[in-house]
Design a binder for this molecule. Structure first.
Ligand SMILES: Nc1ncnc2c1ncn2[C@@H]1O[C@H](COP(=O)(O)O)[C@@H](OP(=O)(O)O)[C@H]1O
Ligand SMILES: CCc1ccc(OS(=O)(=O)O)cc1
Length: 268
């Protein structure tokens, strides 16, 4: 297990990525000006962030949908690391909170962290310890989802489940459009659905982050953000004992939490 302090920096109780971190900038974030028509995607890492960036990009920008523009997703939907919910002052601001079952989040994170400047481990067992103690970028998964859900009455926020998008992309996309007050023609909706599919997004250099990984992190191999994109991959990595231990901790932390989770592709 690597020393997490060389990768992470704790600020206001939340772990930020240390390399390249501008603490002065973090301190000014409370004064960051938010416009009333801004849309925020809020995620715990590895829950589908770049997928939803692509979805919003396709819904909002004609030139992205029609492939006449060549701007990469990250420049239209930039990352904004923020430690907590305070500071989002506008009730009309639209927030989409994307959540995914935490066993798949953990396995996705385990693979991702091996390639990135992040705390990493050689085994899933060690990574599970870091994850369940919140010693990862994004801190504790349980705190993240519960914190946003407990504050939901303060915002115009919609909780959207990664797995529902996997199971019914078109139906889920209609829900996003309804929430955002956007209406697309059937033809545009066909294009959005097609370009948001894993296989197509993986081939789209504007959306797959391959260039960012190469330019910012020097990573040449492909496939770190768009790895498998499935439900239930955790079964390929966790032992029965690890799964039972995870379940106990999940049940203890998520008792009475009202949102449901999907752990398997065949689950309704
Ligand atoms: N179009 C898409 N369809 C399904 N999953 C997608 C997707 N685009 C990205 N993902 C998955 O979302 C995860 C990354 O999340 P994030 O963008 O928050 O880092 C990866 O999961 P896996 O590692 O399980 O494949 C990635 O494959
Ligand atoms: C290494 C920096 C980084 C970038 C993106 C991450 O995941 S997510 O897109 O926020 O889910 C994690 C780390």
């Amino acid at each position: 297990m690597e020393d997490i302090d060389s990768f992470l920096f704790k600020f206001k109780g939340y772990y930020f990525l240390r390399p390249g971190l501008d603490i002065g900038f973090l301190e000014t974030l409370n004064d960051f000006e938010i416009r009333e028509d801004d849309v925020f995607i809020v995620t715990y890492p590895k829950s589908g962030t770049i997928w939803f960036q692509q979805i919003l990009n396709l819904i909002y920008f004609d030139e992205h949908r029609k492939s006449t523009g060549n701007l990469e997703t990250v420049f239209r939907v930039p990352y904004f690391e923020y430690p907590d919910q305070n500071g989002f002052y506008f009730l009309s601001l639209q927030i989409i909170y994307v959540y995914r079952n935490p066993k798949d989040v953990m396995c996705s994170y385990f693979h991702f962290s091996k390639k990135m400047p992040l705390p990493t481990t050689s085994t899933i067992e060690e990574f599970m310890q870091l994850f369940l103690e919140g010693k990862v970028l994004g801190s504790l998964w349980f705190d993240h989802i519960k914190g946003w859900h407990e504050h939901k009455s303060l915002f115009n926020i919609e909780f959207m489940m990664y797995e529902e998008f996997k199971k019914d992309l078109r139906g889920s996309m209609l829900k996003v459009c309804k929430f955002l007050g956007k209406e697309l023609s059937d033809e545009d909706m066909d294009t959005v659905v097609s370009q948001a599919m894993f296989e197509n997004m993986k081939l789209d250099p504007r959306a797959n982050y391959d260039n960012i990984l190469k330019d910012q992190f020097g990573i040449q191999e492909k496939g770190h953000f768009l790895r498998k994109g499935t439900i239930g991959d955790w079964k390929n990595y966790m032992t029965v004992e690890q799964n039972e231990r995870f379940d106990k901790i999940f049940q203890k932390n998520m008792k009475d939490f009202p949102l449901k989770f999907i752990w398997d592709m065949n689950e309704e």
